[in-house]
Design a protein around this ligand. Structure first.
Ligand code: TMP
Length: 205
């Protein structure tokens, strides 16, 4: 595979979606072939799964079905977009990926992390991010920034969100080579500068 695969992870309100957009614009200006994706989503089928997952009305959705739907949306994205783009040498920026399922469904809901990783390995079909940038923010601050119109996941209690954040930090501790943590304690431009500094080494190789 010739391309690069960079994932952006983080807690609600961490500003990761703004940062990924700015970084995509920056790479495009450098004339790099960028593909910007989001999870769950970015294919027709995965966007339909996203609607089911985030719809507040879907109170009956079981925890196991939720986990499997995130993984199904990912499987579609890997096969339809990620693998073909990597073969073409594109730089893929993905707003969330497998770490989100480990953090939100594994640590957050308490589902079996071994099972999530095992289905995840099947779903990812050998694809692994070259770099993951984790935007870390205090839980209360993040939820405040995320605003009032909360989706099905964001509506969950504070304790859930605390477990998600700790989960993400645990993943970063286990894989310090791949996962780099950026503290969201500065303005957008300063945080963007940190993103560029972290990612630049991938393009020097
Ligand atoms: P977004 O708000 O970053 O677009 O993500 C959608 C929501 O889905 C967000 O609340 C995090 C959640 N999520 C999971 O619970 N598990 C996952 O595997 C992914 C990718 C997202």
């Amino acid at each position: 595979m010739k391309g690069k695969f960079i994932t952006f992870e983080g807690f609600e309100g961490s500003g990761k979606s703004t940062q990924i957009r700015l970084f995509a614009q920056y790479l495009k200006k450098q004339r790099l072939p960028v593909l910007l994706l989001r999870e769950p989503g970015s294919t027709g089928i995965s966007e339909r799964i996203r609607k089911i997952l985030l719809d507040k009305k879907n109170k009956a959705l079981s925890q196991d079905a939720e986990m499997l739907l995130y993984l199904a949306a990912r499987s579609q994205l890997v096969q339809e977009k990620i693998i073909p783009a990597l073969k073409k040498g594109k730089v893929i920026l993905c707003d969330r990926f497998h770490d989100a399922t480990v953090a939100y469904q594994g640590y957050g809901l308490g589902l079996d992390k071994k099972l999530i990783n095992s289905i995840g390995n099947f779903v990812m079909a050998g694809i692994k991010p070259d770099l993951t940038i984790l935007f870390d923010i205090d839980v209360e601050e993040g939820l405040k920034r995320a605003g009032r119109n909360k989706d099905r996941i964001e509506q969950r209690p504070l304790g859930y969100h605390r477990r998600v954040r700790q989960g993400y930090l645990g993943i970063a501790k286990k894989e310090p080579g791949r996962v780099k943590v950026i503290k969201v304690d500065a303005d957008i431009e300063t945080v963007q500068q940190r993103v560029r500094e972290l990612a630049i080494c991938l393009f020097r190789k």
